[in-house]
Design a protein around this ligand. Structure first.
Ligand SMILES: NC(=O)c1ccc[n+]([C@@H]2O[C@H](COP(=O)([O-])OP(=O)(O)OC[C@H]3O[C@@H](n4cnc5c(N)ncnc54)[C@H](OP(=O)(O)O)[C@@H]3O)[C@@H](O)[C@H]2O)c1
Length: 296
């Protein structure tokens, strides 16, 4: 039986390029997104790369925790029925919002960037363990560097600044990645993070042009900040997908875990806060509280 991969938010942007890279490496790829039309177009492109191992699209809104639970049930059930191993899970979904909003009553960037990939991963652990050696790749971001590092609650006190809230949710997810890597040592399931650097995608074309996403101090420097955003996200998504593809497939990483693959597609030292056990404990508590494996 061949290698299989699931790529969330895999029908456009960096996720689709990741799926294409995995197909080129011989994987049968399942891509997740909301739009069926986009899903069909993505499958067509992936199949052109690897016609021998057909791709498939599964529709799910990864901003809904119930949607994530249903998706995990579907994927786990399919693998149990077919007996095919699940070799790679790429948690690629991410989002940044200019205005504060909620999903299922929880601040949206924490849901999409952390709770949703956390929940999907936890629910698929039995399947990934059965498919070992297998890998989990969580897509991170350089925005973790501007994040508030306190995780007593889903949101820190103070005003809402989308870029910083996005970075904080990505930091929670990076801390979870390193924590999970320790937890799963010896199971054959490796846990890695991949930083795409930047690319021109829907996500960056929208929010990164809005000065409200940064704190008032940075807003004073908005022309500079905006130029920095523009420069760092000018490249193609195909290049930004390389760290994820390397994390998922590179032979030199076999058996290694808790590794962060940087934007140059090489291992880098993780941000210190992500390896802080107090941050990991707090993130674990928040994740269990707000994204229980079984719907309350
Ligand atoms: N782009 C960058 O410069 C950059 C930099 C650092 C990190 N990242 C990270 O890289 C990852 C990919 O970023 P990207 O820029 O490629 O994002 P993107 O442009 O927003 O990705 C588009 C894809 O996400 C899917 N999607 C969006 N929301 C979804 C939801 N709620 N449920 C299911 N699918 C959803 C879309 O399909 P549908 O619309 O059909 O659902 C589509 O397949 C994210 O984790 C992001 O945080 C990106």
């Amino acid at each position: 039986m061949g290698k299989t991969a699931v790529v969330t938010a895999g029908t456009a942007g960096i996720g689709l390029e990741t799926a294409l890279g995995l197909a080129a490496a011989g994987f049968s790829v399942t891509v997740i997104g909301r739009s069926a039309e986009r899903g069909a177009r993505a499958v067509e492109r992936i199949d052109a790369v690897n016609p021998a191992r057909p791709a498939r699209f599964l529709s799910a809104d990864l901003g809904s925790l119930d949607g994530v639970r249903a998706l995990a049930g579907r994927i786990a059930g399919d693998h149990a029925t077919s007996g095919e191993p699940l070799t790679v899970l790429v948690n690629n979904v991410g989002a940044m919002f200019a205005d504060r909003r909620e999903l299922d009553g929880i601040e949206a960037s924490f849901v999409v960037n952390h709770l949703s990939p956390y929940l999907l991963t936890e629910l698929l652990l039995p399947t990934l363990t059965a498919g070992a050696p297998s890998r989990i790749v969580n897509v991170t971001s350089g925005a973790v560097g501007v994040a508030k590092r306190v995780f007593d609650a889903v949101e820190p006190p103070g005003g809402y600044y989308g870029f910083h809230w996005y970075g904080r949710a990505k930091l929670a997810n990076l801390a979870y990645t390193l924590d999970l890597a320790s937890r799963l040592r010896g199971t054959g399931v490796s846990v890695l993070a991949a930083d795409p650097g930047g690319a021109a995608t829907e996500m960056t074309a929208g929010t990164l042009t809005d000065p409200r996403i940064v704190s008032p101090a940075l807003r004073l420097l908005w022309p500079l900040v905006r130029r920095k955003f523009e420069r760092s996200t000018a490249g193609p998504a195909s290049e930004a997908a390389r760290p994820s593809v390397v994390a998922a497939t590179d032979e030199s990483l076999a058996g290694r875990t808790g590794i962060v693959i940087g934007a140059a597609a090489q291992p880098v030292t993780p941000l210190r806060a992500a390896a802080d056990p107090r941050v990991a404990d707090a993130v674990r508590r928040l994740s269990r509280q707000h994204a229980p494996l079984v719907a309350p």
